[in-house]
Ligand binder design. Structure first.
Ligand code: ADP
Ligand code: TPW
Length: 569
């Protein structure tokens, strides 16, 4: 600081904070260390909320989900090299899922890094980030900080949202500059995610195709949930009477108990539909790439997506609608003629029948009382507690824990279900739970496989430190997928999929002052969850599940290659 005239100078640290605040970015999720410790400290002093994590991957996951929930880029702050790399999985995951986030990382001296002279935490971070990010930028002069933040914001939220990397070398953060010109260098981003109005003829083409359909189906993906066009999406579905299916994170966009939901007749609906309208959902592995036998070879597709190159990626799209979902649905509603789209009565009847049949089977499974509990009896108890609490966020990861929870727990409000998403990644649990609790102030229940929990488990200290209303439910079946495999070599080591069944996970949270519960039957699980939600304080329920419950890889065993040969002795 210039002691003769301190008011006339500012520095890179302050400029980053001012650029964020000018653009309404009010929260940072991060881990401190050289060279960003003072950035976090000053941000907190200036009124930005700083949430400090135990590992950058969780900080990044919190930022990503904050971006998904708010449509503003979530900010993750990391230190150079190893901290940067720890955050990279979360940044890549955000990009793959289309969540807007910015990872801001400090970095070491470029002159030394570029000549590989062995700096502290040396890494060419910007170039390392490129393959995993939607965009990557480096600020080399303090007067470019405003532009760097503006470009990062635009890249994160415009078009298909994604993860952006912004590199801030130590020297840029600490550099001082004249306060007046520094203030002029800041950029207030106007219309960061401009609407993309679809062409009128693309809307007409889509409506014509639906009008000629007998067995139409609408698929809602997390892009539809992200777009926050909830009322119009519901109006379009109700006015056309077309049955709909939500992808997992689109559950609750219309309530799962809506009469037009055919989630309980999913396979039949996919296989029999003749015209399918995808709204913010990709025809990737989660939808069998749109191919038969999962889908009818004769089915024709309408796809609404902001990303033009998504069209025809897996299957020809007869009626592409390239636009943002809010504008596209508004246009569809405006051009919709009453009574022109009419699903065949036979189609609706068949779906209703299957739906009812499957719902009855599910009811029986949930009511069974196996001892020890299986996934269904435990989830039946949880569903009972959550039934009248639509505002609770549900975070969910694992294999069986993921697949069965998705099928059992109904969602009744949009953007409340947060899960492994497009990559099927383990480790999002605590980061998503913290991100959702921080940006919403609402309670979160994280239903976690015992293996899945381990990837981010240390963040329960973060949950306790910030006193967040998060309840972690661990489905403890003592293993990855299940807990009863044996060492095929006959040795003393546990099998590769086995974890400690007897682990008392609830004691972990007690170490940090949270409430620990153990539940081995539906009644005690109901009581523990009701208690935890009423208290609105950090809690962890160790839920004992039969080690024999669960199948390898959950519902995607078909993707799991297995050797046909016995082990060689
Ligand atoms: P899911 O996994 O739920 O099927 P995906 O992540 O595969 O969903 O697909 C989401 C799609 O939504 C992406 O192709 C993305 O480009 C698109 N998308 C995201 N936001 C918008 C928006 N506001 N308008 C239009 N499309 C969007
Ligand atoms: C980053 C591979 C997929 S599912 C899973 C693993 C390790 C855990 C399944 O066991 P869990 O659930 O959580 O106990 P359950 O109900 O089936 O018993 N590393 C990463 N991502 C993935 N997907 C894996 C490993 C995996």
């Amino acid at each position: 600081m210039n002691e003769r005239n301190p008011a006339a100078l500012t520095d890179g640290f302050h400029l980053v904070i001012e650029a964020m605040q000018l653009n309404g970015l009010d929260t940072i999720f991060g881990v401190v260390g050289i060279p960003v410790t003072d950035l976090a400290r000053l941000a907190q002093a200036q009124g930005i909320r700083y949430i400090g994590f135990r590992h950058e991957q969780s900080a990044g996951n919190a930022a990503a989900i904050a971006g998904y929930l708010t449509q503003k880029p979530g900010i993750c702050l990391t230190v150079s090299a190893p901290g940067f790399l720890n955050g990279m999985v979360a940044l890549a995951n955000a990009t793959v899922n289309g969540f807007p986030m910015i990872q801001i990382s400090g970095s070491s001296d470029r002159a030394i890094v570029d000549l590989q002279q062995g700096d502290y935490e040396e890494l060419d971070q910007m170039n390392a980030a490129k393959p995993f990010a939607k965009a990557a930028y480096r600020v080399n002069r303090p007067e470019d900080i405003g532009t760097g933040i503006a470009r990062a914001i635009r890249a994160a939220v415009s078009g298909r949202p994604g993860g952006v990397y912004l590199d801030l070398p130590a020297g840029v953060l600490s550099a001082t500059l004249d306060a007046d010109s520094a203030a002029r260098s800041l950029v207030r981003v106007v219309d960061a995610a401009p609407r993309r109005i679809p062409a009128a003829e693309s809307i007409q083409r889509a409506l014509d195709l639906l009008a000629g359909a007998e067995r139409p189906l609408i698929l809602l993906g997390k892009g539809a949930a992200y777009s926050q066009a909830d009322a119009d999406i519901r109006a379009f579905i109700e006015q056309t009477a077309i049955p709909f299916l939500p992808m997992s994170m689109a559950k609750g966009l219309l309530p799962d108990d809506h009469p037009q939901s055919v989630a309980a007749a999913r396979s039949y609906a996919l296989a029999q539909a003749d015209v399918v309208m995808l709204i913010g959902a990709r025809l990737n592995w989660l939808l069998g790439h749109g191919r038969s036998p999962q889908w009818s070879a004769a089915a024709r597709f309408i796809q609404i997506d902001i990303e033009p190159t998504e069209m025809d990626s897996n299957r020809p799209i007869t009626a592409p609608v390239v636009g943002d979902i809010a504008s596209s649905i508004a246009a569809l509603l405006a051009m919709l003629k009453p009574g022109r789209i009419k699903p065949a009565a036979a189609w609706l009847g068949e779906l209703a029948q299957r739906r009812q049949h499957n719902a009855q089977r599910m009811k029986e499974r949930l009511a069974a009382r196996p001892d020890p509990m299986d996934f269904y009896s435990a989830l039946g108890a949880i569903a009972g507690v959550l039934a009248d609490k639509p505002d609770v966020y549900l975070v969910n990861e694992g294999a069986n824990t993921l697949d069965i929870t998705r099928n059992v727990i109904d969602m009744r409000a949009p953007r409340k279900r947060l899960d492994c998403g497009t990559w099927g990644v383990m480790g999002i649990g605590m980061g998503y739970a913290i991100g959702a609790a921080v940006v919403s102030g609402q309670p979160v229940v994280a239903i976690e496989g015992d293996s899945a929990f381990g990837f981010s488990g240390m963040e329960i200290e973060t949950i306790c430190r910030y006193r967040l209303p998060v309840t972690v439910v661990i489905f403890n079946n003592g293993g990855v997928y299940r807990g009863d495999d044996v060492n095929r070599g006959g040795g003393a080591d546990p099998a590769p999929t086995v974890l400690m069944k007897e682990a008392r996970y609830e004691k972990l949270i007690e170490a940090f002052g949270g409430a620990g519960h153990y539940a081995d039957d539906p009644q005690s699980l109901t009581a523990a969850l009701a208690d935890a939600l009423a208290a609105r304080k950090p809690a962890l329920i160790n839920c004992a599940i039969d080690p024999r419950a669960g199948t390898e890889s959950g519902h995607i065993g078909n993707l799991n290659p297995q050797s046909a040969l016995a082990p060689k002795k």
